[in-house]
Write a protein that binds this ligand. Structure first.
Ligand code: SIN
Ligand code: MN
Length: 259
């Protein structure tokens, strides 16, 4: 179902849209098992926290069938094609673990800030769409957004090579405080199977997870095909170089895998 005028207006104002329970319990279980499988793999695409637990599995759509299907799922691809007004390719694919007790921080950043500086993506005609594979609560390291911050363009950032295993262009405290004073701060929470689409300019972060509950979220970063990256400095499995338009699969593509 296409996004309504009201949803488009909400996205424009806030920089994100939340879709509770977009995937069934059965579909979500298929994806949760897929995450367990990929985190067990010893591959260069699977990055770990300092404790050794998985932090992120990059490009999981290229080596796991359930994640391949999710990467072309119409419930993700169609709204993003509508928002970006045309065909999209997969710029990045991450299965982020944020494991119970050990999941570490993601510092304040804009995704497009990294894509512009590191990959020379020409414009912010790209966005994230995320699916919760666990219930996300206030306790287990939810995503935190600064609503409206996507209207600021690319904000000043420094290259953080130290605080986590993943290099990121991050914002300083004064900038985050100023943006917070303009639009507040929210942490959308909900059941496993819920979905969030957010602008690649929206400032976001997530705190460490010291709860006993895992918090796994899959992120597709989709880019308009005309806006593909121009610089290939990062590994192919972090910033993809296949700019083929994604053709959405059938809506039951994941349901087919339910036992
Ligand atoms: C991200 O910002 O790319 C990931 C944040 C998270 O999974 O908590
Ligand atoms: Mn991000």
């Amino acid at each position: 179902m296409p996004l309504t005028e009201q949803q488009l207006e909400e996205f424009d104002q806030a920089g994100y849209l939340f879709f509770p329970n977009a995937f069934s319990a059965g579909e979500t279980q298929v994806l949760r098992q897929a995450a367990v499988d990929v985190y067990q793999m010893q591959r260069e695409e699977v990055w770990r926290e300092s404790s050794g637990v998985a932090r992120t599995a990059f490009a999981a759509h290229t080596y796991n069938d359930a994640f391949r299907r999710l990467g072309a799922h119409p419930r993700l691809i169609n709204p993003v094609m509508q928002l970006l007004d045309g065909p999209v390719y997969m710029h990045q694919y991450k299965v982020n673990a944020k494991a119970a007790f050990d999941g570490e921080v993601w510092q304040w950043h804009q995704d497009y800030g990294t894509w512009a500086r590191d990959d020379l993506m020409p414009e912010p005609r790209a966005m994230n769409i995320a699916v919760f594979l666990d219930d996300v609560t206030a306790a287990n390291g939810p995503l935190i957004f600064l609503p409206g911050s996507h209207k600021q363009g690319v904000v000043a950032a420094g290259h953080d090579l130290e605080t986590t295993s993943y290099p990121l262009w991050t914002l300083d405290r004064d900038t985050v405080t100023e943006l917070y004073q303009q639009g507040g701060c929210v942490a959308p929470t909900g059941d496993a199977g819920s979905m969030i689409v957010f602008s690649s300019l929206l400032v976001h972060a997530s705190p460490p997870n010291i709860s006993p509950m895992d918090r796994t979220i899959v992120y597709l970063s989709l880019c308009h095909v005309d806006n593909h990256i121009r610089q290939f400095k990062r590994p192919e499995w972090v910033a993809h170089r296949d700019f083929t338009p994604i053709k959405p699969l059938a809506d039951d593509t994941l349901a087919e895998l339910i036992d």
